[in-house]
Every structure is written in structure tokens, then in C-alpha cells.
Design a binder for this molecule. Structure first.
Ligand SMILES: Cc1ncc(COP(=O)(O)O)c(C=O)c1O
Length: 395
């Protein structure tokens, strides 16, 4: 017998801890709920809406592509996929692109590259190393390299041959590494893990160890890539070039797309090795190309850098006023504040005051606004946050 339901929400699988708000409209950095109330959005779909909401460039790209053709199989070529791939190769300096639908899929593809790369040398070269506090997605493969027990444990056993290592600990990595490692996967800035920027010296040491043991270096830039650091790719702000880069989120600015880009060494997948029905279809590729054309302009990236510095200054100002803010972390428009008090009530109180924020890790509040955010909007966010912290610090 079917159960009786009293609310439309009961038809949806209960996998998210959601706030009871339904959004209906967005413009720039503002969202509007079904009661017409306006919110300032510093979540941006968790680093997705890089151009904000309803950006005319995206609206135009969606309309004009929808009028022509949405989808054909990857049995055939399509021009938007070709143009987007060329753009991503030229901007990254890597060799070739596979387009998929999400960050998780991008990571899955990168893991398949790693395994196939290793097999060229020996059947035993199949170990994949990942970092504690990382987040790479929730499929069985991506979960197997996600260094957070709370996500992994309910689903054990995961795929074999993966091993975690504490982040930013070169000695620990040296211990783990050997010639049977086919890849190391890491986020240059750990997003979900709490906005942990991995220092350049560490990334260099990782790269050296990869070189020493002939392993691939995979950067998961799903959250921190596509202009968010003020560089087109996060690795371009470091002195290290990865062999594979995983992308999603800002890549589509709101349409579902992911990608992995490989350099020549890692370009090992052949026909039949990998595929994706929707991957690189005309609609998402055309929109993504429009988004990337905009974000990759130097003046756009300069804006992100400038807003990033401004946000940092303002967050430091705030932390000077409230003892519960212990640290300001991050760079560009991927920043966070580490709190000595629980983050959830702070996020909930900000929401009451019409500011959207999202936590990261166990004690960080994350700021990943649309990259088009203005100084006035940062000021507005800080004003609300100041009101919020007044309630907690003086409580
Ligand atoms: C660094 C990183 N990798 C992978 C993922 C998974 O991406 P998706 O949710 O698009 O599958 C995320 C999502 O938050 C992420 O932040």
C-alpha cells in the first residue's frame, strides 16, 4: 500500500538537510523566494553561479542554442563541444578534454586515467593516494578518495587500492609513496574540508614525489577552479602544473557540466574506455563556452582578485571585532572564517537576515559568492554578518 503524503516534499528522497525556503528567481547576487523576499547570495549554488543569476550572456547562449539543437549523441561531432574543448586546452596549456556532467564524474574519469596510466607500466601500479579532509564526490570511486570518514563509513567497502595521507605533511607522503602509486589526487584549496589552501612548497614536494615515482598528479579544481582564485585555473596561481585537472561547478555557471583535462602524458583513454551520454552536449557546451569566454577575460580575473582582497580585508576587520572568529582563510573569492562557536546557528541567523552562507568542514563558514560580486555587496554582507555576530558574541 502506498503511504499517505501530506506535503509535496515527501515525494523527494530525504538526502539533504535543507532550509525551508523555495527560491523562484535570481538576478546577479540576489535571490528571491516564493514570497518575493530578497536574499544576498554568498553561496552561489556552492561556487557554481560564477556569473551570478540570470546573466544575460548565459540567457542568450541558452536561448540561441535551444532554438537550434540541444543534444546529439557522442557518436557524432558537435561544434559547441569542439569550441569549448579548444578553449579549455588553450587556457590550461594541457592537451585534451573530456566533457561530463558533474564534478564527481570528472573525478571518476581522472581515476580511470590514473589506473590506465599505471597499467602501462605494471599490473601492480594501481595505488591512488588522496588527502585527509578532501572532498571529491559521492560516487563509489570518488568517495574512495574522499578523506572524510563521515562520508565514507556508511558505504564501506569502497574501491580498493586507495590510501589517505594527512594534508601538508611531506614526510607522511614520502612514507606512502612508492613505484606502485599511479596517482595522487588533491584539491589545491580544499573546499568542503574547510577552505584549506595547500601551500606552494607542499604542492612542489608532491609534484617532485610524483615525478620520482612516475605517478600522475591530479588536481581537483571543481570548487576552486574557473576564475575563483583570480586565476583561470587554481594551479596557475601555483608553481606546479598537474597532469590532470578536474572541473565542474563554475564551468557551467549553473548548467550541469563537468570536465577533466589531461596533459599529453595522461592522455591515455582510447575509444571504448570512457563515455557519457550527455557529456558535452550542445546546450551545456554552448553555455559553458559563453561563461568561460567571459571569465577568462583579464579584466574579469582582475575583478575577482580585487574583490578577493577587499573581502579578505573586510573579514579581517570583522575578526578583529569578534573573538569567536579565530582565523580568516582562503584567497580570491573562495574564503572562509574559522569559528570557535558552532557554525550552524550563525548560518541560520544570517539566513533570517536574508544572507545566504554555507559552512565548510567542522568549524568554517565559507564565502563563495558569484564572481561578479561588487564592493557594495561585500559591504552589505559584512554589515549583516556583523549584526549576526553581535548576537552571538554578546550572548
Ligand atoms: C572539490 C570537489 N570535487 C568534487 C565535487 C563533486 O562535484 P559534484 O557535486 O558536481 O558531483 C565537489 C562538490 O562539492 C567538490 O567541491
Amino acid at each position: 500500500m502506498r503511504k499517505e503524503r501530506f506535503d509535496m516534499k515527501e515525494y523527494v528522497m530525504n538526502t539533504y538537510g535543507r532550509f525551508d525556503i523555495t527560491f523562484q528567481k535570481g538576478k546577479g547576487c540576489r535571490l528571491y523566494d516564493d514570497k518575493g523576499k530578497e536574499y544576498l547570495d554568498f553561496v552561489a549554488g556552492i561556487a557554481v553561479n560564477a556569473l551570478g543569476h540570470s546573466h544575460p550572456i548565459m540567457v542568450e547562449a541558452i536561448k540561441s542554442q535551444a532554438e537550434n539543437l540541444l543534444h546529439v549523441s557522442n557518436l557524432y561531432w558537435n561544434e559547441p563541444q569542439l569550441k569549448l574543448s579548444k578553449l579549455l586546452v588553450e587556457l590550461s596549456g594541457l592537451n585534451s578534454v573530456f566533457l561530463c556532467n558533474s564534478g564527481t564524474e570528472a573525478v571518476e574519469g581522472a581515476l580511470k586515467i590514473a589506473r590506465k596510466y599505471g597499467k602501462q607500466f605494471s599490473e601492480d601500479k594501481n595505488r591512488v593516494v588522496y588527502l585527509e579532509e578532501s572532498f571529491h564526490g559521492r560516487s563509489m570511486g570518488a568517495l574512495s578518495v574522499t578523506g572524510q570518514p563521515k562520508y565514507q563509513e556508511p558505504f564501506n567497502p569502497l574501491i580498493g587500492g586507495t590510501e589517505s595521507c594527512p594534508a601538508n605533511d611531506v614526510d607522511a607522503l614520502k612514507e606512502i609513496m612508492d613505484d606502485n602509486v599511479c596517482a595522487i589526487i588533491l584539491e589545491p584549496i580544499q573546499g568542503e574540508g574547510g577552505i584549506n589552501v595547500l601551500p606552494d612548497s607542499y604542492l612542489k614536494a608532491v609534484k617532485d614525489l610524483c615525478n620520482k615515482h612516475n605517478g600522475l598528479l591530479i588536481f581537483d579544481e571543481v570548487q576552486c577552479g574557473i576564475g575563483r582564485t583570480g586565476n583561470m585555473f587554481a594551479f596557475q596561481g601555483t608553481s606546479v602544473e598537474p597532469d590532470v585537472v578536474c572541473l565542474a561547478k563554475g564551468l557551467g555557471g549553473g548548467v550541469p557540466i563537468g570536465a577533466f583535462i589531461a596533459n599529453e602524458k595522461a592522455d591515455v583513454l582510447l575509444p571504448g574506455d570512457h563515455g557519457c551520454t550527455y557529456g558535452g552536449n550542445l546546450l551545456v557546451s554552448a553555455v559553458s563556452e559563453a561563461v568561460i569566454n567571459e571569465i577568462s577575460k583579464q579584466e574579469f580575473l582582475d575583478h575577482v582578485q580585487k574583490m578577493g582582497l577587499y573581502l579578505k580585508e573586510k573579514l579581517h576587520g570583522l575578526s578583529g571585532k569578534f573573538t569567536s572568529i579565530e582565523e580568516v582563510k582562503g584567497t580570491g573569492l573562495i574564503q572562509g572564517i574559522k569559528l570557535s562557536i558552532p557554525t550552524k546557528p550563525v548560518v541560520a541567523k544570517a539566513l533570517e537576515k536574508k544572507l545566504l552562507l554555507v559552512g565548510a568542514g567542522k568549524d568554517v563558514i565559507r564565502f563563495v559568492p558569484p564572481l561578479i560580486v561588487s564592493m557594495e555587496e561585500i559591504d552589505g554582507m559584512i554589515r549583516i554578518l556583523e549584526d549576526v555576530f553581535k548576537e552571538f558574541d554578546e550572548a
